[in-house]
Design a protein around this ligand. Sequence first.
Ligand SMILES: NC(=O)c1ccc[n+]([C@@H]2O[C@H](COP(=O)([O-])OP(=O)(O)OC[C@H]3O[C@@H](n4cnc5c(N)ncnc54)[C@H](O)[C@@H]3O)[C@@H](O)[C@H]2O)c1
Length: 245
Amino acid sequence: MTGAANGLGRAIAEGLLAAGAQVVAVDVAEPTHFAGRAAVLVVVGDVSDPALADRAVGAGVERFGRVDILVNDAAEYPDGGLVDMPLEAWKRVWEVNVTGCFLLSRAFVRHRLATPPTDGVIVNISSGSARSPRPGGGAYAASKAAIESLSRTHAMELGPHRIRVNVVAPGYIDVRGWSDAHPDRASPALRRRLVAGIPLGEAGRPNHIADAVCFLCSPKAQHISGAVLDVDGGSLAGRFRLSPG
Ligand SMILES: NC(=O)c1ccc[n+]([C@@H]2O[C@H](COP(=O)([O-])OP(=O)(O)OC[C@H]3O[C@@H](n4cnc5c(N)ncnc54)[C@H](O)[C@@H]3O)[C@@H](O)[C@H]2O)c1
């Protein structure tokens, strides 16, 4: 899985490990959190590097025999409105969030197709902003919308091979305690504003995302493919901010 060093990726990796999986933890930052754990293979690299995907899948096969699940979590999310967004920043979001997902998915599926029985699971991490963007976050939101579209296409292409492809779309998740890279990303004022838009009245926790991913990877989700599962406390249900009072 990618993006495993910090935040939701770290929590998803812990969830998969707790469910009995062995994990290839891919990240551009060294995932030091998993040091010394035999069930975790660390692969350091940039998901936008075309050579990384084959290296990661190959290392997983060499260490664990096969790779059954792919979770694409790594993402960059720089702010930038239309007028101010530098081209290089725009391209970088696309290369990491979309091309990275494409490259890892392609390497994973090529491996699965060469290793009968050709089943498998892909879970791509999107965002509520794919369908409810905000000003100044256009590149990120568009990249996540692309992930959701790509996932549906891949679900259709890969269904005949018994490879399921689904999306988990987090709302605002408080990653404090789960990230060395961004230990306290939102200011208290921003956090209050974000929580005010959540019908369930609190920020999501990383284990909420891990639980959703583990469900989609499990046999209990064996007839679910091409789905987008919002894990957002109801944020996308409607215009909650206009509720009376
Ligand atoms: N935290 C939230 O509230 C939230 C909300 C919606 C969606 N998401 C999505 O969840 C995922 C994880 O978000 P997070 O909050 O944990 O972010 P994060 O920044 O804490 O973690 C992202 C991880 O991805 C890694 N990464 C970044 N670029 C990489 C690259 N090029 N190659 C390899 N690894 C790379 C980072 O090093 C980091 O470990 C992302 O896809 C994000 O868009 C998060």
